[in-house]
Design a binder for this molecule. Sequence first.
Ligand code: URA
Length: 433
Amino acid sequence: MRMYDIIQKKKENKALTKEEIRYFVDMFTQGKIENCKASALMMAIWFNGMNDYELNELTFAMAQSGDTVDLSGIDGFTVDKHSTGGVGDKTTLIVAPIVAACGGKVAKMSGRGLGHTGGTVDKLESIEGFSTSLDTEKFIECVNKTGLSVIGQTGNLTPADKKMYAIRDITATVDSIPLIASSIMSKKLAAGSKGIVLDVKTGSGAFMKTVEQSEILAEKMVSIGKAAGRKMTALITDMDSPLGKAVGNSLEVIEAVEVLRDRQHDELYELCITLAANMLMFVHKESFENCIEMAKKAVTDGKALKKLREMVAFQGGRAELIDDTSLFRKAEYIIPVKCEKAGYIYHMDAEKIGKVSVLLGAGRERKEDIIDHSAGIILCKKTGDQITEGETIAYLHTNNETITAQASEMYKECLEISDKKPEKRNIIIKTIR
Ligand code: URA
């Protein structure tokens, strides 16, 4: 088999065979195919797409390109969730404890933040002492004892995806639905859970800017998961403004604790209850309505918060921070941003707000950047809110005094103020089962 012929075939919009796809994935992972040839194939896929058979085979080959996680030592039904990424997305910190409190087992591998989107691993590491690098034995022990565990990716998981993503990133081929679907689903399949709920974001802060694109991506991922024998649901959810009130690592953990204390009933709460209910449907085979009630009860009776505390303690974190979030280290500078014009917030540029939080120190522009866990933004006003001139619309938290003026200006540029009240967008746009 020759890579040249595989590229030629895809360039002519012909379907690749399982053997051709396996050849590319295996040889490229082993370093036996040059980056220029892999890039040419990525571009041919970008232009011509893949049929469902090719997409499944590509995903399975990528999932099997390295280690896979064996969760058979976990006593109970394992269920995972995945968000396609957004700004202020702290749902894992809320959803995983709710599901664990209701009898599901959440053994989750999460990522770090990059660019305008945050990562759950960074958020959890804002809890002093918390380790996100447990070995497999401890990971499984944590899930068996507490019902949940969240760690960073371990071992040599999906090396094909790492290599393919690296070349997509520099050849303008990231934004291809088959390449995104295979990238995400290969990691989810390798991570081993029996049930997977996908939170596919749409809007200004998301990868997919339109509902139509998000729906196609969600349907492809659900179909891949089902072909691999997993239980699958995808929600299309709104990411046109940041999720909840906090953006930034410790600020988001504090907000997650507030939700788990049943003190915040907003779109973040609604999304988390809905995600948890969909996961619980796999665990208990109950109706959606019953699972919603189960999830809400785990919050009101404090059991979900207790689960978060147990996981934090098991993974070496200072659990008192969960009991009293005022103990989290605060940023040195907390700067109010004042609105210069009265009206309604008509639109928020969520991606740009994510970039403001990176400027404040909360995120990374490059993989090797060090983040400041206490930095971030508290949003006092969001899309649809009425504001008066001079009112505080946000607080910027940072330890870097030199960027405060620039960050304030940039934050104001993220908001579109109008005399007109915008139409309310629902957080849950669609469910694909
Ligand atoms: N997230 C992934 O893991 N892969 C992609 O290709 C895009 C988003």
